[in-house]
Design a protein around this ligand. Structure first.
Ligand SMILES: [Zn+2]
Length: 294
């Protein structure tokens, strides 16, 4: 019996995002839809999230407008689709500090947040650099970093210095340093609870945006299943490829078990439905005797 249900919940989307942002080097290849989502891991009387989206006000709204995000809805509306409220969320695993992942911590009053030490520290350092180096802060709302520091002050932030097994039973946190950002976390759910699990799901954060990053293709190289790094890296494409290999190894190279949350095509792989706000609910797996939300 599975321990957890896992959902990917869309809270907004960019209708046309340049493909070279999704796949490194895909210049002049047009645009793709880029959903903005968070994941929910739901057990018996306990629920966690992987990332929290952003809040559509102040600088969060500015960035949302800059990236042309449509149909933004607050967590209260989005979580209601699977029968939860923001107050039900007990833990949040922050994959990285970009605004669309770390921009709404205030919406979750009962949650303890987990982030990597290097991720928080290095963004504080980056904020201190001269404005001519501001590209480094692409996708960052500096207010989110301050709110993260405040969470630490309030003893609601667990600052991890590396990976952590069994943060709760069956859930492990991993790190990819100097990849998409300084210290990107990714999450594995061993859904049978076994150490050598045969039922592993990986929540990839932004180490993988879409299926193309896992199973791209190269006509020149004549390779069908080619890892292609995402278009934005504070660190290196090399580290993105190495992180992809680590994730694929965790799932026995069964690519559908690595879940990208900026992927509009999850509906082809998993049961899903659209809400009245035209946002998609994707049901990755169902735990125990949970009934389907789609
Ligand atoms: Zn990101």
């Amino acid at each position: 019996m599975s321990l957890y249900s896992i959902y990917v919940l869309e809270y907004g989307f960019v209708p046309e995002y340049h493909k070279s942002g999704v796949v490194y080097g895909a210049h002049n290849q047009g645009y793709v839809k880029l959903p903005y989502c968070y994941a929910v891991i739901k057990g018996d009387n306990w629920a966690a999230m992987v990332d929290v989206g952003y809040n559509d006000r102040d600088y969060g709204r500015y960035l949302g407008d800059l990236f042309d995000v449509r149909n933004w809805r607050p967590p209260h509306d989005v979580l209601a689709e699977i029968g939860l409220t923001p107050e039900d969320i007990k833990a949040v695993f922050i994959t990285h500090a970009h605004f669309d992942h770390f921009g709404n911590v205030e919406a979750f009053p009962n949650a303890t947040f987990y982030i990597q030490k290097k991720e928080l520290q290095e963004w504080v350092w980056a904020m201190s650099l001269p404005d001519r180096m501001r590209w480094i802060l692409s996708g960052i709302d500096t207010g989110d970093i301050l709110r993260g520091v405040q969470l630490a002050r309030d003893k609601r932030l667990v600052v991890l210095d590396g990976p952590m097994e069994n943060v709760v039973p069956g859930i492990d946190l991993h790190v990819a340093y100097d990849s998409h950002t300084f210290a990107c976390m990714w999450v594995t759910v061993r859904n049978d609870g076994q150490a050598e699990s045969g039922d592993v799901w990986v929540l990839a954060g932004d180490l993988v945006y879409q299926f193309d990053n896992l199973q791209g293709a190269s006509e020149q190289l004549k390779i069908d299943d080619l890892y292609l790094p995402v278009g934005l890296a504070t660190g290196s494409q090399f580290n993105l490829i190495m992180a992809t290999e680590a994730m694929m190894k965790q799932v026995g190279y069964e690519a559908r078990r690595v879940i990208p949350v900026h992927e509009a095509r999850l509906e082809h792989t998993f049961p899903s439905r659209l809400t009245k706000h035209d946002l998609r609910v994707s049901e990755i797996c169902l735990g125990g005797d949970a009934t389907s939300a789609v």
